[in-house]
Ligand binder design. Structure first.
Ligand code: SAH
Ligand code: SF4
Ligand code: F3S
Length: 470
């Protein structure tokens, strides 16, 4: 048994970054041929981990199912970013408990960022005894041994490391899409924004070797993939821990040479966003004109308390530079309201910067205290009612600008990568523009997997309607 420790997880010294190859341990034979169900919560990096969990299990002869009742093994790949992410998981556990009452040999596992939290593990050990095994974000590649140990001993098996410098290459993956793929470029985060749990749950910032990344993209190109999204909590820090001068701008240029039609990258922290990166985005045709640039707050006082390392003025300078230099760019952001001590004046500064930037889109959140982070101890004297009102007010403004941004696309002919049938209307297709807008497309031809010209005919709040132009 290994239990997580947040104080350990905070340490950055004495962690050697090691590249290791995936070690294919054999799964206990009782599970071979049986079905598994995986549910993933949280960010794109966690989604990509979900693809690895599916890959590892499929590789061992298990079969994926999306019917919970058919599964012999259920894994919840969790997120810890806000309290409501926890609530969703604990809610789902109630359903699993009932299921297990009827199906005694059902195996239930928890992994992902919640598994890295001491309080969650304590709760699982005391109240959720029917959970069979837990592994963390640092030992996903060891999942099969964790499951085997549970079967062999018959006891709840908790195996969570607090940190690791390992980068495991060659883990099997079953990708959710045949056309667009996630590619990790940098793991962990060393920014330690005061509200954020990610540096504790994902550990030290560590870049994958450029050769491994380029090889992965080349393989995706040869399989017919049309788009890659380079992933990291802060992709702009790419290379800093590994090379003396090779940066994300250089990586974009090298990935561009693979010939993959579309390259995206998330998330960008304003701190490490260099002019060289702006040059790369504007010069390279296959790097898409889309930047997700979280601002978090418009108040310098709050930004400082958040430990974000930039002022609103610095953010604006960068924002305007990207707007000016990258043709047709769309820029989205993340904003937190109700940070401890946020006054009405601070909040008005956030509204003001939204009015100045006119973001193409924004994800907005109410501050959620995360145990073990500095901000969870800050004095918070703003009522939940007030926070909800601020969120509402902010959302109204943010929606106004995302609507306007969508309106500007109407009548344009834009390139879309078509990913499948539209979720809302089976007779239509859905795809994304170069600047990452969702389009529902009318077409009497099957255009899935292609990059096609689409004439935009209508703008909705969160999507566009268009017609395929032959
Ligand atoms: N690495 C990315 C963000 C990862 S988390 C970055 O630095 O931009 C995604 C978003 O969740 C953050 O941008 C932030 O807006 C929000 N978030 C993170 N911790 C939060 C918390 N404790 N409460 C509310 N929102 C939070
Ligand atoms: Fe969290 Fe800040 Fe790191 Fe983003 S940059 S993951 S918000 S600590
Ligand atoms: Fe959530 Fe962990 Fe991602 S906390 S947002 S799943 S890094």
């Amino acid at each position: 048994m290994n239990l997580p420790n947040m104080l350990e997880a905070k340490k950055r010294e004495n962690i050697d970054v090691k590249n290791v190859d995936y070690n294919d341990v054999k799964l206990d034979t009782t599970l071979i041929g049986k079905k598994f169900f995986v549910r993933t919560y949280g960010c794109q990096m966690n989604e990509h981990d979900g693809e690895r969990i599916k890959g590892i299990l499929s590789n061992q002869g298990m079969v994926e199912t999306d019917v919970l009742e058919d599964a012999s093994l259920v894994i919840l790949n969790t997120c810890a970013i806000r309290e409501n992410a926890h609530d969703k998981v604990f809610g789902f556990m109630g359903i699993l408990k009932k299921l297990k009452e009827d199906k005694k040999d059902l195996l239930i596992g928890i992994c992902g960022c919640m598994a890295q939290e001491e309080s969650v593990i304590e709760e699982i050990m005391s109240k959720y005894k029917y959970v069979d095994f837990v592994f963390g974000t640092f030992n996903l590649d060891n999942m099969i041994s964790v499951i085997n140990d549970r079967i062999r001993t018959g006891k709840q098996n908790i195996d969570v490391l607090s940190s690791s410098g390992n980068i495991c290459e060659g883990v099997p993956e079953v990708r959710d899409s045949k056309y667009t793929a996630w590619v990790d470029i940098i793991l962990g985060c060393d920014k330690f924004c005061t509200y954020c749990i990610v540096p504790y749950t994902r550990g030290k910032q560590r870049s994958r070797k450029k050769e491994d990344i380029i090889k992965e993209v080349e393989e995706l190109v040869s399989k017919g993939y049309k788009e890659v999204t380079l992933l990291g909590q802060n992709v702009n820090a790419y290379g800093k821990d590994l090379y003396s001068s090779y940066t994300l701008a250089d990586l974009l240029r090298d990935v561009s040479k693979t010939g993959i039609p579309r390259i995206r990258f998330v998330t960008s922290h304003p701190w490490d966003f260099t002019d060289q990166m702006i040059d790369a985005i504007s010069e390279l045709d296959n790097v898409m004109p889309y930047v997700h640039l979280p601002i978090q707050s418009g108040s310098n006082r709050i930004l400082k308390m958040m430990g974000r390392r930039y002022t609103r003025e610095e953010y604006l300078t960068l924002y305007n530079k990207i707007r000016e230099r990258v043709k047709g760019v769309s820029i989205t952001t993340d904003i937190i309201v109700g940070f401890p001590g946020e006054s009405r004046e601070d909040f008005l500064e956030t509204l003001d910067i939204v009015n100045t930037c006119k973001f193409d889109g924004a994800y907005t959140f109410i501050f959620s205290p995360r145990e073990g982070t500095p901000a969870s101890l800050f004095l918070d004297d703003v009522s939940m009612e007030e926070k909800n009102e601020r969120l509402q007010e902010l959302n109204n403004l943010v929606n106004k600008y995302s609507n306007l941004s969508n309106q500007r696309e109407v009548k344009k002919i834009v390139k879309c990568l078509v990913l499948g049938k539209s979720e809302k209307d089976e007779s239509k297709y859905m795809g994304y523009t170069e600047n990452n807008k969702l389009v529902n497309i009318e077409s009497d031809e099957d255009i899935i997997g292609k990059i096609v010209d689409v004439r935009i005919v209508e703008a909705k709040s969160f999507s566009l309607n268009g017609v395929y132009m032959k």
